[in-house]
Design a protein around this ligand. Structure first.
Ligand code: ADP
Ligand code: MG
Length: 473
């Protein structure tokens, strides 16, 4: 099946922009977004299992967000050496949020890892993105592209349909109805000069078609021009019912003091914040690591949810935490120094490019003072199954062997204690070369893709079980 797809590369390059699979280049031109020509195979059981994880993770994020004492304690050490986390925590603690409506739009990312003798791969969660989860627009566009490319082929029926946007629009529209201020709008909080603008515009267009007005603003703009009026956030005379963040996840977005003022203003208003600062903090890597402790997880999740989620956790450790290995029990940081290829070192940052592997990890671990270790976590390096990949960027196809990271979009709407919606909205596939460590599409590492309901063997033939991972450092 690779040959027929290769033969359709020219079609793909013409269809991609027609399908709306677009990005902006640094000099402002239109270009197709990077995409994978070959789909990512997934056996139907694993596909169903991934979908079924969305609702439990949505509930977990809500429960953790609502426990500020837990978040403060969990992040106290990280905040001590990380002013960004410190400031977010201070805002969350100071804000007396009176908005009982909570809308979460999150994405849980996974790899499938060959499990040895068993027929099914293991699900391994990479992370839960609770702020600015992107590609809910372009994920549907690349799916449409694949629908065209696979038409009249042996694979056409196996393509798993995907379009997260309608579900997002329904959730947002319901939240706004419940907010109940006629004429109020959604503020999409964006970074100036965003390259992934069409992913955001697709949502704005769909909202508009559903009668929901939205506008793009920066954090600085809110900080400078926003006002509180009877609790409402007002910008240029217009009530902002919802602040939907596609920015604000990293310190770079707060270079100006007015950006922090903007974030505080949203948090202290009655606007529905997607996410609140607390929900953002619930998605930090430190919290992810703590939730891997069975007792802590069960504070926030019912047993049945907890067991399901635990089966998807990869090993994840505080640096001082003892881990068992062949040489007995030792702190995780020592285990990572002894076996650098088996771990990833992560600071409390989002948006790609911050994690450390191999020699860089070793250097950082050796340089950290004991007091700084709390700002990092160590994670077991996941070794996903390999499949042939055809990666298309700037009109050029490169082929090789690679891996695919699968994200599931989740939406949760609650009003006080009442859970109104808890939905799985669809998926994101980011395919990349097997030697690539980061996953970001905008950063040039990942390529947007689609799922094919087949085992890797059915789709691409047998991949030797001990196929060497070319990137192992
Ligand atoms: P960020 O918040 O910066 O996106 P992630 O934890 O999602 O950080 O890591 C970025 C990318 O690095 C992921 O998309 C994935 O491709 C890769 N990655 C992260 N954790 C692991 C891991 N434990 N094993 C293998 N690859 C990983
Ligand atoms: Mg990520």
């Amino acid at each position: 099946m690779l040959e027929p797809l290769r033969a359709r590369l020219e079609d793909a390059l013409d269809f991609a922009p027609l399908c709306g699979l677009l990005k902006k280049t640094p000099d402002g031109r239109l270009m197709h977004a990077p995409f994978a020509l070959f789909p990512c195979p997934i056996d139907p059981a694993s596909d169903a299992a991934l979908r079924a994880l969305t609702a439990p993770f949505n509930r977990l994020a809500l429960a953790v967000s609502n426990d500020l004492d837990f978040l403060s304690e969990a992040l106290a050490v990280a905040a001590g050496s990380d002013p960004f986390i410190e400031r977010l925590l201070a805002i969350a603690r100071a804000a007396g949020r009176r908005q009982p409506l909570q809308l979460q739009l999150i994405r849980s990312d996974y790899f499938l890892q060959p499990s040895g003798p068993g027929p099914l791969p293991q699900i391994r969660q990479v992370e839960l993105n609770t702020i600015a989860a992107s590609y809910l627009g372009l994920a549907g566009r690349v799916n449409r592209l694949h629908r065209h490319l696979l038409r009249d082929t042996a694979w056409s029926d196996a393509l798993i349909a995907n379009d997260p946007i309608p579900g997002v629009v329904e959730g947002v529209a319901e939240a706004l109805r419940r907010y109940g201020v006629p004429g109020a709008c959604v503020a999409m909080v964006v970074q100036p000069g965003e390259a992934n603008v069409f992913d955001q515009r697709l949502l704005q267009m769909a909202l508009s078609e559903a009668g929901v007005a939205s506008r793009r603003v920066t954090l600085q703009q809110i900080g400078r021009q926003g006002r509180l009026k009877e609790g409402h956030l007002v910008l240029d005379g217009q009530v902002i019912a919802m602040a939907y963040f596609r920015a604000g996840y990293g310190p770079e977005d707060y270079a100006e003091p007015s950006a922090w003022q903007g974030r505080e203003l949203v948090e202290n208003s009655s606007a529905i914040a997607v996410p609140t600062v607390a929900t953002q903090l619930a998605g930090t890597k430190k919290v992810q690591q703590l939730l891997a402790t069975p007792q802590i997880l069960r504070k926030f999740a019912a047993d049945s949810d907890a067991a399901r989620m635990e089966a998807a956790f990869a090993g994840i450790f505080a640096l001082e935490q003892p881990v068992e290995s062949e040489n007995g029990s030792q702190p995780a940081w020592r285990a990572a120094l002894a076996e650098p290829g088996g771990f990833v070192l992560k600071p409390q940052r989002e948006g790609g490019g911050h994690n450390l592997y191999g020699e860089e990890m070793v250097q950082r671990l050796n340089a950290l003072k004991p007091a700084q270790r709390g700002a990092y976590i160590l994670m077991e390096r996941i070794r996903p199954f390999l499949h042939p990949v055809g990666l298309v960027a700037d009109g050029t196809l490169s082929e090789g062997v690679g891996v695919s990271e699968i994200g599931r979009f989740g939406l949760l709407l609650a009003q006080g204690d009442e859970l109104l919606r808890n939905d799985d909205l669809g998926y994101l596939v980011r395919t990349k070369g097997s030697e690539v460590r980061e996953g970001g599409v905008s950063a040039g590492f990942g390529f947007l893709g689609s799922l094919l309901a087949m085992t890797p063997e059915q789709a691409y033939g047998t991949i030797p079980p001990n196929f060497p991972h070319p990137a192992a450092p």
